[in-house]
Design a binder for this molecule. Sequence first.
Ligand code: HEM
Length: 128
Amino acid sequence: MPDITTRADIEQLIIRFYDKVKLDDTIGYIFNDIAKTNWEHHIPVIVDFWEGMLLDTTSYRRNAMDVHYQLHNKEPFRKEFFDRWLQLFRETLDELYEGEKATLAWKRAKGIADLMAFKMLGDGSLRG
Ligand code: HEM
């Protein structure tokens, strides 16, 4: 399998990931019903974010943590949300890519998800 090397690779990953997220019984409703996500707008923003993480670009200049705090205030995030989000991300990554950047993508996803969970749910969130 190839590694992630271009923005188009990230786009493919992100589109496939959110195709799963949208339909997911655990976290789909956060996007569909709570945030009412406009996917045409959202996908390029998320691709910017991951391009920054993986290919060192600087187009993403927003505060992703704040966006999630605002959502958390509307609909409290639970441990299961993070588990499921990570599971779907991992699954999608494994379907498409392998290599240094793919590994980095997983490390970043896990690190940010753990940090977010820690900030929102406190200590117990890192167990398991
Ligand atoms: C419990 C797990 C998570 C849930 C339920 C969740 C849900 C959401 C939702 C509903 C949005 C807003 C979409 C919109 O604008 O309509 C969003 C935005 C976003 N999420 Fe998450 N998210 C989770 C974890 C993560 C993690 C771990 C990352 C990064 C590794 C991440 C990265 C982003 C980014 C970059 C945005 C765009 C923020 C912006 O508008 O600038 N999310 N997320």
